[in-house]
Design a protein around this ligand. Structure first.
Ligand SMILES: [Zn+2]
Length: 114
């Protein structure tokens, strides 16, 4: 499952982000998944559940924000309609500007008072 390796990559990133605290303090992991990121959201959720305990994120809940795909011309910034060709009338190239990534957005930690 491709999603399982994505989840492990996510935890690798999270491991570094939560230092000096450990993963056991993480209460929530928030990710944004683009419509064109090539990620199956249900499989991602399942993979998260599989990897969570193994990686030490026992109390972590997963929140997924789904990001729609958006394209824009790299020259004039025009936004073609969905299914539009990859070239803009101005001659510029139309590229994906949003919705192509899987992003770790936020990690919530529970840190005891000192
Ligand atoms: Zn253009």
């Amino acid at each position: 499952m491709h999603e399982l390796s994505l989840v492990h990559a996510l935890f690798d990133q999270a491991d570094r982000a939560v230092l000096p605290h450990g993963p056991e303090r993480v209460r929530r992991v928030e990710v944004a998944i683009g419509a064109l990121a090539g990620v199956e959201v249900d499989l991602f959720r399942t993979a998260f559940e599989i990897a969570r305990v193994e990686r030490g994120y026992r109390s972590a809940e997963l929140t997924i924000e789904r990001v729609p795909a958006e394209h824009a011309c790299s020259v004039c910034g025009a936004r073609p309609l969905a299914g539009a060709p990859l070239a803009c009338p101005c001659g510029g190239r139309v590229a994906l500007t949003r919705g192509g990534d899987l992003i770790l957005k936020r990690i919530e930690l529970e840190v005891p008072d000192v």
